[in-house]
Ligand binder design. Structure first.
Ligand SMILES: [Zn+2]
Length: 78
């Protein structure tokens, strides 16, 4: 499959997915995705997107927790 942005090729990779859910940062690690080898554009299969939604909305206890840093306090809440 070809990238529509840059003509690069998509390759299957496991990526960390990050997203805000109800104001909280949620991370899911090792999500199977198609990643463009040139520009890094990331696509999920419909099944994968569904599974991500399921995991996030289930609100079950995370497998592990990670440190989250603010790049700059000045940028928060703006
Ligand atoms: Zn691309």
């Amino acid at each position: 499959m070809k990238c529509q942005l840059c003509d690069g090729k998509y390759r299957k990779r496991l990526v960390p997915h990050t997203q805000y859910y109800r104001g909280e940062l949620v991370v899911i690690d090792h999500v199977p995705a198609l990643v463009c080898d040139k520009c890094g554009d990331t696509l999920y299969e419909p099944d994968t997107a569904e599974r991500i939604e399921e995991i996030i909305s289930s609100r079950k206890k995370p497998s592990r927790t990670i440190p989250v840093y603010e790049y700059s306090e000045a940028l928060v809440g703006g």
